[in-house]
Design a protein around this ligand. Structure first.
Ligand SMILES: [Zn+2]
Length: 242
């Protein structure tokens, strides 16, 4: 059964529809804020760089440990070669031992040269690992700063949008409170289908669906009383006649 309402009251549905459209637009903006995609991508990048930094730091630590071990080995070889050299110089050992010591000194020198080559190679790898760690730390710092900035912009935008929504919700409540319940119930029922629930009839055109009403629909609308609530024959919106 069609609702009836004073035309002045009916006109207020246009304000209500305007508020609802503004709220829908604000909610859409909140859901589709460009910062949200930036934050998702930025969080992934920070995670990835954080893992890379852990790996790079581990590599540097491993190389340091290996270098220390190698240094100890070089020291031990050198100490042994020095001891042999001292005994050789003293010339007190039996001839057979002297010969063995000379062989050993040669082999220790070879061993030391090999170990020193390894130490040099470790040092070069350490330089590369250091550079990788420094680059990764720098990129991680930049990625964190970008992410923080995007989160700050999102929070600011959310605060603005939420203020706007709160003001609109208060306006809406005040507006609805002054309207007949059956009229707002009809409005809400139409709106719950996800469409514009009230719009102006502009000539023969419904401003909700932007369709022109046919002659018989228009005739029925013009024949209705001013208090009758009329609907668009195309989309069902409540039509406000001027
Ligand atoms: Zn319509």
């Amino acid at each position: 059964m069609p609702a009836r309402a004073d035309p002045f009251v009916q006109r207020r549905l246009l304000d209500l529809a305007r508020i609802d459209q503004a709220m829908s637009a604000a909610e859409h903006r909140r859901r589709t804020l460009p910062e949200l995609a930036l934050i998702t991508a930025g969080t992934g990048r920070v995670d990835q760089l954080r893992n890379a930094a852990v790996l790079a730091r581990t590599e540097v630590g491993d190389l340091d440990r290996a270098a220390r071990k190698l240094d100890n080995e070089i020291d031990a070889v050198r100490a042994r070669a020095d001891r042999d050299a001292d005994r050789l110089a003293a010339g007190t050992a039996p001839a057979k031992d002297l010969e063995n010591m000379q062989h050993e000194i040669v082999s220790l020198a070879r061993r030391q040269a090999t170990l020193e080559d390894e130490a040099l190679e470790l040092m070069e790898r350490r330089e590369v690992a250091d550079a990788t760690l420094a680059t990764t730390d720098r990129e991680l710092g930049a990625a964190r700063a970008d992410l923080d900035a995007a989160q700050q912009r999102r929070d600011d935008a959310f605060a603005d949008i939420d203020d706007e929504l709160a003001r609109a919700a208060a306006d809406r409540t005040a507006l609805v409170d002054g309207m007949p319940a059956d009229l707002t119930a009809l409005y809400e029922q139409i709106r719950s289908r996800g469409q514009v629930a009230a719009a102006a009839l502009n000539g023969s055109r419904c401003e909700a669906c932007r369709m022109d009403l046919d002659r018989s629909a228009l005739g029925a609308i013009w024949a209705a009383g001013v208090d009758d609530v009329v609907r668009c024959s195309e989309c069902g919106a409540i039509l406000i006649r001027s």
